[in-house]
Write a protein that binds this ligand. Structure first.
Ligand code: FES
Length: 145
């Protein structure tokens, strides 16, 4: 293989790997919902949980939201049509940002795990996550800060 063919082969491999990594990244990207903040609560439309994918309808298990007043995002889990939990995704052990893993959260720093209701599943964290009161109406979820 001459130098030109070697560079061409390496370039094609790099593009392929980049595409593969990019694809994996897209599939694991968490969805940030739009919110409205009125000074006391964040409003999130229930429709933010819907996924419209080529006429198939499905729902997200959770969405993330941000507030300028908080250093970490809040995760909202849908437990039923009228029941949601809103949790600050800051680990109660040493303050790392948690990663959603389906219906539970894991800490990349030392491995603590929490349920979708914020309860400690695995140490070293000993304290449950900070949670926020949620209320709903037919259209919206309200997270009371
Ligand atoms: S900061 Fe999360 S387990 Fe230590």
């Amino acid at each position: 293989m001459n130098r030109k063919d070697f560079i061409k082969t390496c370039s094609i491999a790099c593009i392929g790997l980049t595409g593969l990594v990019g694809f994996q990244g897209c599939s694991s990207t968490n969805y940030f919902a739009k919110t409205i903040y009125d000074g006391e609560k964040l409003t999130v439309k229930k429709s933010e949980f819907l996924i419209a994918d080529n006429a198939k309808k499905s729902e997200r298990k959770f969405v993330l939201i941000k507030s300028e007043s908080l250093r970490f995002p809040i995760i909202i889990y849908k437990l039923s049509d009228i029941e949601y939990t809103a949790l600050l995704i800051q680990c109660t052990h040493n303050g790392c940002e948690l990663q959603p893993q389906g219906s539970y959260l894991t800490c990349p720093c030392h491995g603590s795990e929490f349920t979708n209701k914020g309860v400690v599943l695995n140490p070293p964290a000993e304290t449950n996550l900070k949670s926020y009161k949620t209320t709903t109406d037919h259209e919206n979820i309200y997270v009371h800060l």
